[in-house]
Structures are given as C-alpha cells and as structure tokens.
Design a protein around this ligand. Structure first.
Ligand code: NTF
Length: 822
C-alpha cells in the first residue's frame, strides 16, 4: 500500500502519486510507459477507492454498533453521472489529485472524461435520487439506496440528418471501478406459479406460494461518499441472473424448456432501463423489474434486521423507514406484507401496522398517463399471492375507512378502490401507495397542493395529516463546487469555505451585488465558462457561436408540457423579425437545447427534428449577421449538464403551469447565475420568491388561469387568427423553408398546436413569453444590471440545497438520527 498506514486518511500528493502508480502496475497490469488514459483513470480510481473503502467499512461498523434507524430509498432510477470528480471533491482530494497527476504528466480533467456516465435514469426523478443519497451521506444519516443494476442505461442519442437515433448505452462494458459485487448477499426471487391454502390440524390456515420460476438477484454496491468524507453509505443495485433452481413440478409450460432461453429471460430483467419519461410502460417485463428489485431489497432489509433483532418484529417499524420514489416500487408494500404474514407468521393487523409505519411515498407527477396501472390478469399470473394481499388491503380499506366517511356511497368506493373495474380490471398503484404509506409528499409547494386538491382529494379527506410537501433540492457539491470551480473559489473568498454544506451562506454574497469590481469578476467567470462551452459546441456540432451572445439554455427531457415547441416558435418569430428588418434591435442570442425524447414519443421526436432543421437554416443565413444561433447538443446527460449549466445566461423553465411537479434544472441554472425565464409552475414559484420576482422573467398563465381557460373551452385558433406573428410562424411549418424540397416535414407540430387542440396552451402563452424575452434582452444590454441580477439569483438559491430537502424528509417523515462516523 502506498499510504503509511492502512488507516491513514489524509493523503498527501506524494502518497497519492505512489498509490496511483502502484495501482497502475498491480491492479491494471500495465506500466507508466504504455498505460492508456483509460488505465490511468482506473488506477486513479483505485487509489481513491483505498480511501473510500476504509471509510465505508468504518461507516458500516458504526451503523451496526449503534443499530440506529435507517432510511431505505427505493428507486427504479439513480442518475449518478460520473463519480471520479465527485468522489475526489467529497473526500477533499481533488486538488491534491490534480497536482499529483500533473506531476505524472497527466491532466485530471482529461482522465475524468474517460468515465462513462452512469445513466441509470431518465431525468429529474433519477437525478433527484442521486442528489438525495449524496446529501444523506453528507449529513451522516444511515441510509441505503436500492435500485436496479441495468446493463444498459438510458440510450445514447445520436442526431442523424436532424433526427434522434437511439443507440445502446454500455456504461460498464469495460468495467466500472466504482462498483463492488457482493456475491455473499445474493437473493433468490420467486415469480409466477400458484398459491396453495394449507390448513393445519389446529384449524389455522396458511398461504403457500409455489413459485413457477426463481431468479437470482446479485447486488452491486456503489459507495456513496458524503461531503467531508466521514460517512460512506452505499447504493445497492440488483442484477438479475438465472437461478439454478428449477421446479419441474410447478413449471408446466408444456415440458421442455431450453435452458439457454431460461437464462436469457432471467437476465433480461435488469438488461435495460425503460426509456419512458412520465409515461406508463404497460409491460410484463416492467412489472417484473419492479417486483424483482423490491423483493431483493425487502429480503436484504429483513436479513439485516434479523441479524440484529432475530424474529422479534416489535421494533421493525422503529428501525426501518422505506421511501418509495414514485409508484415504481409500490409492490414493496404487498411484498413486505407477504413476508411478514407468510414467512414470519404475523397476523394481518400486526403486519399491516408495521407496513403502514414503514412506508412513505413521493409523488413526482400529476400527469394521468404516468400513474401506473397493471392489468389484474397480469398481476395474477406474475404475482398471484400479491394480488390476494392487495384484494384484502382493498377490502379492509373500502369497508372500514371509506365506509366510515361516505356510508353506502358506491361511486366513491369505485373511485378510491385499488382495483379499477371495467373491460380490463386494473391495479391502481397510486391508490395502493397512498393507502399503504403513512406519508405522501409532493416535490414543490404548488405541486403538493395539487396532489391533495386534484389528484387524491378524497384520500386527503380521510387522512388530512398524511399529505405534506418537501421541495426538491440539488447537491451544491456537484452542481456548483465541482462543475463551476472558478465561481466556487470566488464564493470561498467572500463567504468562506463552508457554503457547500450551508448553502444559505451564499446570501453573504448579496452585499456584493452592486459592487462593480465584484460584478466584473463574476461576469468574467461566466464569460470563461461560456468560452469553454463554445469549444464543446464546436467539437460536438461543428457550429460556431460567440461567447458575446446571450446563452439561452433549455435542457430537460423532451415533452409537450415542457414546451420546447414554445421556445422554437419564439425562435422562429425572432428569425422572421430579423429577416423583415436586418437592424431589428436585439443582442445576439444563442439558443441551446439538450434533450432526449422517449423512443416511442413521435411528436417529441418531430420537435427535435424541427429544432435541428430550423437550426440549420438559421445558422447558415448570412442575412441575420449571427444575431441568432440555434444549437441542439446531442446526447444530453449529466456530464454534459455539468458543462452547460455554468455557461448559461438564461434558464428556460417554461412548462404549462400545473404540469411540472418541481424541476431541478431550474435550481442548478439559477445557482450558477442564470436568469430564469419561467412560468409560475413547480419550484419556479419558490425560486422567484427567493430571488425576488423582479430578478426573473416570469410570464404566462398561472395554475388557476390555465384551469379556467381549459374550463371555458380553449380554442387555439383564436390565437392563430388573432395574432399574425403566430399565424405566420405556424404556416411556416407547412412550407419547405427549413426542409428544402420536402414541404410538410414539420407540419405535425403545427397540427398538434391547432387541430390537436394545443393541450399545453403554447399559443395562449406565446405573447407573454415573447414580452418576457424582450425584457431579458433589455436587461442584458445593461451589463451592471444583468450582473447584479445574476449574482442575486445565485446568492439566493440556498433553499434548494438537497441537504435541506433531506432534513425536511427527516423532520416530517423519516425521523432519523444523524450518526457520526469517527
Ligand atoms: C419528475 N417526474 C418531474 O417531472 C420533475 O418536475 C421533478 O423535478 C422530478 O420528477 C423530481 O421530483 C418524473 O420524472 C416522473 F417520472 F414522475 F414523471
């Protein structure tokens, strides 16, 4: 070992150098003369891991000794991104490592580029889970993240002739140094089969599930290093493998089954992440994925509990808290019931009392298509015992709770039932979640209000105290300290080095907002970040842009409710204005998009195509003298966000009010000094409250106005015929102006906005959006005013630290005790 003692924590540069070289030789099997960048990166990771593992072991020893309550965060997605720079920062080793590598003739930033993103999530929901486990470790809370070890994460996006092409993502094809396989904790998971009712001689009855298949769950642990490095928790991801077990008596698929097919089927479970965002994937495989990781996790939780407490379950609920990240892990509720009833022999009331106290549920969206429902017949086939348990949960709920509040009201019962009746009966996972959890939270104030008032109003009437709010947050370590090092050190100078833990301290910067010299420093950092991005844009897209221009950025999944199409309409309107009047007065602007569309979401893909086609035309039009540029950055992902966000001047947060539950990109961009152009939706409302509405460009209909307009009967043609600019822009889509020789290629966008009814009111908000842009443009042309606003935005984002979110969960839901590791 390179370090003096194995337990020696503080590493100096020489020790780190020696350790890296040591690992290059003895772990990677190569030498300085011929090592690739990739090998150097892995050797560096191995050297860092010496530090990580030491702390991991200590953390686990401390947690075991103190036997404190822990939170188990169940999530189908963890969008971790890259871990090298993050782990170095959290261990306070970044600088030392940078210097050590430099002396070895290497560049740390370059080595970090060798790492593939761990893209085991779609978007905000998965990235939130990643920020949360960072905060949990940072605040020294005993916590474990549970999820799926997808072989392929979210698809890699290529843009070909303007269209999105999906390519497989193979993040661990050549090994990933941050994960540890734990064969000693393998689990076996039953599926299919039938339930037998067994009566014993004393008259008691027992249910026995005879599984038709068993799948092996292999855990991979990713250490989660808290900032400051004292706590290292784990993220445990389950990989599916074929089990040796095969019950010929039960499996009756007609005799012979090819063992290779069996293996392939088993491994399919953790093969790919579903690339749907905000929509339900009604697939058997998806249900099995969900059950598989929940069942593995519950078994793991049980094993750990029983190791400390044996079969006395009286303290289970005080030791174990389980958070359900959206409805994807809902099946954990009937699974825990099943284990307690059928395997541990508890009676219904005992088991239910435990479950109810253990589970809590976070809702992340109001979109009805995202509320998962599974066909009853499917459930019955895959999880026959769970369906029985769900029926019983439902029977008791309807006859006890609902009957007490609405006696004899069958309509209400039908609405609140876990089972949706109809041609095809379905299990409503949202209802099961609410019924089985002691707390239900939304992710921003307005969203939490709508969860209670619009989504689950009757449930809120039955259990008024069950519903609460926890506004989302982001980790300032990744989203400022690591991604924007210059701004981070400027803040160190002004408010000291504690801000990555206490982000509220940034308010100390407010006193400098009017200071001309400070404004210059602040804006020159932004300028350098923009210049770096200019190079990335050139390398990735071939497009030349100037750092002189306003960088206006919309980065998020492609969805109609997020309204990239509104942004595009406005860009086309600007282009028209410039063509009509080459002296049209505006500061040069670069509109930058980063976005993936679900592969089956046709209109979303058409919008990507339209953005790219408009970009081609605009970017090559000499008449507008570079006043307008449009860039679509392919393959938007965490590591690209880390480059885009520090360079943004304007943050586009333009969802239809009432549709974006929170947003978290909005927080990251404002924290890095971008001004928000946004609707009063999700966390934008709280961002504007913190920064002051006068420092944001707020526009558009409010939640109540959207509802009222829809209730009156919204007609997009009113805006089409009533506004000549809107009409001209929409008609443009039907021409071949952007697709020479191929008119109509972009018409689907116009159709969705007119014939399709413009579900998300883009036309209704167009004028107010355009005015908000004019306001931004005027502000930007007053550099001191702009600098002041940018500083104020950044300095007031303290509330959006994910540490604060976690503390809110602890106070309102989890009641954990922080557990200091020596
Ligand atoms: C997303 N939900 C919301 O759309 C975002 O507004 C929010 O910031 C994140 O969750 C995190 O809370 C989803 O991705 C899903 F799947 F629930 F629709």
């Amino acid at each position: 070992m390179a370090s003096k003692k194995k337990t020696d924590i503080a590493l100096d540069k020489e020790q780190l150098k020696a350790s890296i070289v040591h690992h290059l030789r003895s772990t990677l099997g190569t030498c300085e003369e011929k090592a690739s960048q990739e090998s150097w990166w892995k050797a560096t990771a191995a050297a860092v891991n010496e530090q990580v593992y030491e702390r991991l072991t200590r953390t686990q020893q401390t947690h075991r000794k103190q036997d404190t309550r822990a939170i188990h965060y169940l999530s189908a997605e963890f969008l971790m991104g890259r871990l090298t720079s993050n782990n170095l920062h959290n261990l306070s080793l970044y600088k030392v490592c940078d210097e050590a590598l430099r002396e070895l003739g290497l560049d740390l930033a370059d080595l970090c580029e060798c790492e593939a993103d761990m893209a085991l999530g779609n978007g905000g929901l998965g990235r939130l889970a990643a920020c949360f486990i960072d905060s949990l470790a940072t605040l020294n809370y005993p916590a474990i993240g549970y999820g799926l070890h997808y072989e392929h994460g979210l698809f890699r996006q290529e843009i070909k002739d303007g269209r999105q092409i999906e390519r497989p993502d193979s993040w661990r094809e050549y090994g990933n140094p941050w994960e540890i396989c734990r064969p000693e904790s393998v689990q076996e998971i039953p599926l299919y089969g039938y339930v037998e009712t067994v009566f014993s001689e004393d008259g008691s009855m027992k249910k026995v599930w005879h599984a038709g298949r068993k799948i092996k769950g292999v855990p991979w642990d990713i250490p989660v290093v808290g900032f400051g490095g004292s706590t290292v928790n784990i993220l445990r991801l389950w990989e599916s493998r074929a089990s040796e077990f095969f019950d010929w008596d039960v499996f009756n698929a007609g005799g012979y089954v090819d063992s290779q097919a069996e293996k392939a089927q088993a491994e399919t479970i953790s093969k790919v992440l579903y690339p749907n965002d905000e929509t339900e994937a009604g697939k058997e495989l998806r249900l099995i994925q969900q059950y598989f990781f929940c069942a593995c996790s519950i078994k793991d939780i049980m094993r750990r509990y029983k190791r400390a407490h044996g079969s006395d379950f009286s303290t289970f609920a005080s030791q174990v808290a389980i958070q359900l990240n959206d409805t994807h892990p809902t099946v954990a509720i009937p699974e825990l019931m099943r284990v307690l009833l059928d395997e541990e022999g508890l009676n219904w009331d005992q088991a239910w009392e435990i479950c109810y106290q253990v589970f809590a549920y976070t809702n992340h969206t109001l979109l009805p298509e995202a509320l998962e429902k599974w066909a009853v017949y499917l459930f019955e086939r895959v999880l026959p015992r769970h369906l029985e348990i769900i029926y019983e949960i439902n029977r008791r709920f309807l006859s006890e709770k609902v009957e007490a509040v609405w006696p004899g009201d069958d309509a209400i019962k039908a609405k609140l039932s876990i089972i949706e009746e109809g041609d095809q009966r379905k299990v409503r996972m949202g209802n099961l979640c609410v019924i089985g959890s002691n707390k239900v939270n939304g992710v921003a104030e307005v969203h939490s209000r709508l969860v209670q008032e619009d989504l689950f109003p009757e449930f809120a009437q039955i259990w008024p105290n069950k519903f609460c709010n926890v506004t989302n947050g982001v980790t300032p370590r990744r989203w400022l300290l690591a991604c924007n090092p210059e701004l981070a050190s400027l803040y160190d100078e002004v408010v000291g080095k504690e801000w990555p833990l206490k982000l509220d301290l940034l308010r100390g910067v407010l006193k400098m907002a009017d200071d001309k010299a400070f404004q210059k420093q602040f804006m020159s950092i932004k300028r350098r970040n923009k210049e770096k991005l200019v190079k990335v844009i050139k390398a990735e897209t071939g497009i030349d842009v100037s750092a002189e221009a306003i960088f206006d950025i919309q980065i998020k999944r492609l969805h109609e409710y997020k309204r990239q199409q509104l942004n595009l309409l406005h860009i086309m309107a600007l282009y028209r204005r410039l063509l009509a009047d080459p002296d049209y007065d505006m500061h040069p602007r670069v509109f930058i998009f980063g976005s993936k569309a679900a592969p089956g979401y046709k209109l979303a893909k058409d919008i990507i195509y339209a953005i790219n086609k408009v970009a081609e035309r605009v970017n090559s039009d000499a008449r507008i003298k570079d006043k307008l540029k449009v860039v679509f950055m392919p393959n938007y992902r965490v590591s690209l966000a880390e480059k885009l966000i520090p360079a943004a001047d304007v943050s586009e947060q333009i969802s239809t009010a009432g549709y974006e539950a929170s947003g978290t990109g909005n927080m990251k961009l404002a924290l890095n000094g971008a001004l928000t152009i946004g609707t009063l939706d999700g966390a934008n409302i709280e961002i504007a409250e913190e920064a002051g509405e006068e420092h944001c460009a707020i526009f558009g209909l409010t939640v109540d106005e959207v509802k009222a307009m829809k209730a009156r009967g919204y007609n997009p043609y009113d805006f089409y015929y009533g506004n000549s600019e809107i009409k001209a822009v929409l008609d443009w889509f039907d021409t071949d102006y952007f697709t020479p020789g191929r008119p109509g290629e972009l018409s689907s966008i116009k159709r969705a906005l007119l014939e399709g009814g413009d579900t998300y009111l883009a036309l209704a908000d167009f004028d107010s959006y355009s005015e908000a842009h004019k306001k931004l443009d005027a502000w930007y042309r007053d550099p001191e005013l702009w600098a002041k606003k940018a500083i104020i935005n950044s300095a007031t984002m303290g509330k959006f630290n994910s540490d604060r979110s976690i503390q809110d969960y602890v106070d309102q839901i989890w009641s954990l005790k922080s557990c200091k590791v020596d």
